[in-house]
Design a protein around this ligand. Structure first.
Ligand code: SAH
Length: 237
């Protein structure tokens, strides 16, 4: 997968993405990261990318002409033209399902906003999909781009050492993950659940599912409702 990030802070990348799983995958060439400095497409010698908002109000707005030029020279020149994403609190919230979809793409382009955001006309000029990473305000789209890329890159084929660990993760079967334990079997008088050391595979599986259901019901009733509905629909087929 080729990821292109358009930002006014190119030095922030790869940042977190240069470490751990994403970093190893980057080194191994499982994905490539192209970081584009939006300022390179400014029209004046001060390399201005923002201006005051029409109608007044606080803050600055990123200029349509500069962003249009930056997109023309990057996304516009790609023969693949994969998803073009702008990060915004007004976007659809990122989910594991969305990350899975994006992991199948050959190319993704990510536009990071700053200040108060970008001139609305950019959305009319380009087929932009807006994505939010949650109901809170960040100071820029760069951290959101890192969150999205981290979630997507670990789903690329042969990226995670153990594919099974993906299948059992939170959200993958509509449930949150069950509690996990590792050695020692007893620590400060706290023992791991009997069943896990029993070696009885079917019972372990049942225990994990029951725990997943309980945790999901308690912590995310919204997910649990959807899970029950899905289960019912499957049972009726
Ligand atoms: N004035 C805007 C917020 C601007 S925050 C509003 O009220 O909607 C500056 C930039 O940070 C945004 O342009 C966006 O690219 C990024 N950003 C902020 N919060 C975000 C979130 N929850 N998800 C994704 N990107 C976000």
């Amino acid at each position: 997968m080729k990821a292109t990030v358009l930002t006014i802070f190119p030095e922030m990348f790869p940042g977190l993405l240069g470490h751990s799983l994403a970093g190893k995958a980057l080194e191994a060439g499982k994905w490539t990261l192209d970081v584009v400095n939006i300022r390179d497409y400014a029209f004046d010698k001060h390399r201005t990318v923002d201006d005051v908002p029409f109608g007044g109000g606080a803050g600055m707005v990123m200029k349509a002409d500069v962003l249009d030029k930056a997109l023309e020279e990057t996304y516009g020149k790609s023969s693949v033209k994969g998803p073009l994403i702008y990060f915004s609190p007004r976007g659809k919230t990122l989910t594991q399902e969305k990350a899975r979809q994006l992991a199948k793409e050959e190319e993704i382009t990510l536009l990071c906003g700053h200040f108060e955001g970008i001139d609305e006309r950019v959305f009319e000029l380009w087929p932009i999909e807006q994505i939010s990473i949650g109901d809170y305000i960040l100071s820029g789209g760069e951290t959101a781009a890192m969150v999205l890329l981290d979630a997507v890159v670990r789903l690329l084929p042969e990226t995670i050492g153990n594919e099974e660990s993906l299948a059992e993760e939170s959200f993958e079967n509509g449930l949150l993950e069950y509690p996990q334990y590792t050695r020692p079997a007893e620590y400060k008088g706290l023992k791991v659940p009997e069943v896990l050391v029993s070696g009885h595979h079917r019972k372990i599986k049942e225990w994990c599912l029951a725990q997943s259901e309980t945790v999901t019901k308690q912590r995310r009733p919204d997910l649990y409702e959807a899970y029950l509905k899905h289960k019912e629909e499957k049972g009726n087929l």
